[in-house]
Design a protein. Sequence first.
Length: 283
Amino acid sequence: MPWQFFLLSSIIFTSCNGLFHRSLLKHEDSSPQAQTIAFLGLGGLIAVTIALLQGKLNLFFPIALLPNFILLALLFTPAYLIKYRAYQLIGASEVVMFAVTARLWNVIGAYLFLDEVITLKVILGAMLILAGVMLTRFEQRRFVINQGVIFVLFSAFLMGFGDVNGFYILKTYDSTNYLVYSELLPVITLLFLQPKSLKKVRYYFHRGRALKIFLLSLFDALGMLALYLAFTAGGNVSVIGPLKATSLIITTILAIIILRERNNITNKLMGSAIATMGVLLLI
């Protein structure tokens, strides 16, 4: 199948992720550590199941890729923790909007490490994305930058280069087996550094929360697998990364309707539209 099909599938599967994360993390007894363990842990089990069903579970990888898998853990573990903390501080639509800056780091990383070309069109697209993001924080004739925004921007930086590292691995490694590592390595790393955080997972033993985290993990695992397949099917990182960000308008609108995040609506919608135009210039 063409890479565009896999990318579209990824966008559909992951467009509601922000809503689920915000819904689960808005309670006082939630925690970024528990969210990381539950979300990625379930995602890893789903990835293992998919690999078994495909008959190609093989977790051995070339020794030359060991530094890349170590880098995966070092980049993704703090990226998830910081991002989930941001969900506790600001709205889902804002987190998703600022997280789109990861696609800028995709483009830069693809140029620096994957030898992909950056043109004037790409630069203009990047500027539009930044303009759209800034517009969402323009309130009462001033820019509002708080701790939540800073957390998202730093997480996006880590995620952006983590994606580039992942796409490098996918040049020579199976996408489904890579999905297993990308889901479980951050969990293993977190449990090694903070073993007591496992106790906080009982927050998800509530039936409603358990269903939400399972659906979130399922859709994300399928969406990430589709994203990796888009790359292995022939898509370029500098194109796939930015196009993936087009889901931000869907998430912003759903957050306004479902989560009632109705502050600064005009700027959020305009910022989303401008950022998406920037994304389209990057293809």
